[in-house]
Design a protein around this ligand. Structure first.
Ligand SMILES: [Zn+2]
Length: 79
């Protein structure tokens, strides 16, 4: 496969948060999305990030700041 069209897992991980925040460059976003379709390990990493964010948001809206750090730690331990 031509190197210029594909990116490695390391690069996906490196830019994952930017990607999820929708702040990645258009070209990089496409490459990451393409990679995620084919890479199971990166895909499950994204699932993890999204699930974590979702739970953190739920927690945050119910109980602002209270024990949020503990909750995050707990969620990470559960995974
Ligand atoms: Zn990957």
């Amino acid at each position: 496969m031509p190197e210029s069209k594909y990116i490695r897992c390391e690069e996906v991980v490196e830019h994952l948060l930017t990607f999820l925040d929708g702040e990645a460059e258009e070209s990089r976003r496409k490459l990451i999305a393409q990679h995620l379709e084919e890479c199971r390990s990166c895909c499950s990493r994204v699932d993890f990030e999204l699930a974590l964010r979702h739970k953190v948001q739920e927690t945050a809206t119910r109980k602002p700041t209270v024990r949020l750090k503990q909750k995050i730690r707990q969620l990470i331990d559960e995974f």
